[in-house]
Design a protein around this ligand. Structure first.
Ligand code: GLV
Ligand code: GLV
Length: 345
């Protein structure tokens, strides 16, 4: 009897779908990450044909050890995430293991968080909440320029995206509701490679949003952006991409928002850029080393840096949608059907 291994309870909605699949299930009984040993033991079971796993659990890393340990009958690893930097996709595919993920269903939620971080950072909300909790409101009463931030309606604004996939596009839909209608912002983005028909693609984008949208090289993205939004995959070519050199090219008035993966931005270099005024502010949903971030982490102690704990897709509807896609990918693989969303590299 084929089995699906589930490394973390995925909620009643998706568990219901799993239960109705007629397949046998092995479910981690704890509402916590299992041990690595528990995962390795079960993937070696020749009846386990698919695994639903979490990008956030160290036990679930699909590396060479995982792939070597998996029995030959394992057909699919299905991650409860759109990101797949915890999975060696090439090595998995080489053993005939397909990789499923959860794109699409989280676009709106992550785009919402992106816009929220942009606005909160521009308007110094993180700092302001700290201020009143520390009893400092009396020292900073309402006055013409006290506690002022920057306007998203500024007439000559350039918004830059590092990565211009589905989530960036959903974020752009929203941001344009806030920007200056008479002097619309210029939108620039960098995606991994320039296409042969890049000019046509950009003309179509510009038409779609009614503002100028243009692919630029990374250097120009750094120098031109007033708001720089990181929404690309983490892979060897994007790790540490936003480093001292990149930050050094940015405008002193610019803000950086990272909603992708922590290691794309070098934390030490960002700390230096924020504390020396090389850039104006940062809003981070992700941080290298998460979730093991201690209260004394230097980035948590800057007035111009707002950090939230990886909340991008964290609303109930979105997480249920991701859970459903995650389990449906696994069920499809076991039944010999196409995955609903397969990672192709
Ligand atoms: C979360 O970060 C995801 O990749 O879905
Ligand atoms: C962000 O929280 C800032 O203070 O700029």
């Amino acid at each position: 009897m084929p089995k699906i291994l589930v490394t973390r309870h995925v909620g009643e909605h998706a568990m219901g779908i799993l239960n109705q699949s007629g397949l046998e299930l092995i479910i981690n009984p704890e509402d916590a990450a299992p041990s690595r040993e528990w995962v390795l033991k079960h993937i070696a079971d020749p009846d386990v044909q698919a695994v639903c796993l979490m990008h956030s659990q160290p036990s679930d890393k699909v590396d060479q050890e995982f792939i070597d340990t998996a029995s030959k009958s394992l057909k699919c690893v299905s991650t409860f995430s759109v990101g797949f930097d915890h999975i060696d996709v090439k090595a998995a595919n080489a053993k005939g293991i397909k990789v499923g993920h959860t794109p699409g269903v989280l676009n709106n939620a992550v785009a919402d968080i992106t816009v929220m971080l942009v606005l909160m950072t521009l308007r110094k909300i993180g700092y302001s909440i700290d201020l009143i909790k520390q009893g400092r409101w009396p020292q900073l009463p309402w006055a013409p320029f006290v506690n002022c931030g920057q306007s998203i309606g500024h007439p000559s604004l350039t918004i830059g995206f590092l990565g211009f996939g589905r989530i960036s596009q959903a974020a752009l839909d929203r941001l344009l509701a806030f920007t200056n209608k008479e002097h619309p912002p210029k939108i620039i983005y960098n995606s991994s490679r320039r296409r042969d028909n890049q000019d046509t693609i950009d003309a179509d984008f510009s038409k779609r949003w009614g503002v100028q949208v243009q692919r630029v090289e990374k250097e120009e993205l750094a120098t031109q952006s007033d708001i720089l939004i990181v929404l690309c995959d983490l892979n060897p070519s994007t790790k540490d991409l936003v480093n001292k050199e990149f930050l050094g090219k940015m405008k002193k008035s610019a803000i950086l928002v990272n909603v992708a993966r922590g290691p794309i931005v070098n934390s030490e270099d960002l700390h230096e850029a924020l504390s020396t005024g090389q850039i104006w502010g940062a809003g981070l949903d992700v941080l290298t080393g998460e979730p093991n971030i201690k209260a004394d982490h230097p980035l948590l102690h800057l007035d111009n840096c707002l950090v939230i704990p990886h909340l991008g897709s964290a609303d109930y509807d979105t997480r249920n949608g991701m859970a459903e896609l995650c389990v449906r990918n696994a069920i499809a693989a076991v039944k010999g059907e196409e995955l609903l969303a397969e990672v192709k590299v």
